[in-house]
Design a binder for this molecule. Sequence first.
Ligand code: SIN
Length: 480
Amino acid sequence: MSLYQPLSLINGQWVGASSGATFDVINPATGAIVEKVADLSADDCKAAIDAAEAAFPKWAALTAKERATILRRWFNLITEHTEALAELITEEMGKPLAEARGEVAYGASFVDWFAEEGRRIYGDVIAPHMADKRILAIKQPVGVVAAITPWNFPLAMITRKVSPALAAGCTVVIKPSEDTPLTALAVCELANQAGMPAGVINCVTGMDAPAIGQVLTGDSRVRKVTFTGSTQVGKILYRQCADSVKKLSLELGGNAPFIVFDDADLDAAVDGAMLCKFRNAGQTCVCANRILVQSGIHDRFVEAFSARVKAMKVADGKTEGSEIGPLINADGKAKVEQHVEDALAKGATAVCGGSPHDAGPLFYSPTVLVGVTKDMRMASEETFGPVAPIYRFDREEEAIALANDTQYGLAAYFYTEDLSRTFRVYEALDYGIIGVNTGIISTEVAPFGGVKESGLGREGGPHGIEEFLETKYGCIGIKL
Ligand code: SIN
């Protein structure tokens, strides 16, 4: 049996669009049509909210342990189907198979972790202000949640949102990216097999994301919207949620600085930069977007780093040993090309790459640029591609000022062997996530999220479940 049906999941049933319309899911490595998926209208989407609303009281009334048992079965099924899920991710999204397997493990880890965390939702008993009063603060699920998820992690961004929501007792309507709906449908099918009651998880597929987004944000029965995607779309959703004063989590764009100080361990910094920059061909919100290198180590870093970049294998993610797959679509590739052309025209030099790759129309060569400056587009915009722009700096304060000179504030990284500098820079960087001597910061146990225009709220760790809970204060008068 196939791992998914090319339909939407509403109230435990696989359904097509009322119009019968479908849309094509394309393999970005080959341009082939992978599947035709139900193209639901904004109106069709209302049935998913109806289902989530109807399922909410019963799901919320289960004990945390009962919900955890179902979540745990879901985790086991995702893990058992690692290979099939990884192949699906590679086929519809393009990332190398080895990375896709890593994404399945990463995505499953949220289900496992929040299954446990749901059993540790505690309230407070507060010392009262009067002798005949008793004061409690209990935590309750917020209600129906809409999870709007991106294409770059078609599995992990769903489980990172949905697992804490379900563990807290909420029901959900997922709107996966129209580029990558198949992985979403597969994980929903596995949730069904795990015994998820009808209506607890609903998944709406459709091309008209703005119209569906409007229904999800406009319906007052949806009490929380959680979104990962661009800052531009996040701002639209933020405005739309205002009318019904919804709770909102936004995980938006980044412009991550990756700073290498003179006193860094060079080999470690090169390893970290490779992982941080080229994971998912540079298509993550936490990828290094600007590599700032201090003058004393600059030339040695550029030499060692570009030697590694030149050796990277660019190929269809299904090819053995592929390290860089295609970009997601023509718009994504055009942006990368424009950023590189702009930098070269303004005086940067390509040490390697700097042009499209002949593996296929959506492939771009891993690129290292030196002599990059603040006036180039890639200094202020997220490139979202396999391009490593290197900036030179002299002083610590200069690096911090350059790093913070952006409206974004998601992730920042730096390499140093000096303990005092570690604390100074950690505290001075205006970001929600800081990697020190590491290029990979993502884990289910820690609070992931940004400041400034990179978003609101945190996902993962104990902070991640709080986003789906309301605090209810009770003041109880007693007779003495
Ligand atoms: C993202 O790019 O939005 C998520 C990256 C991660 O979870 O590591």
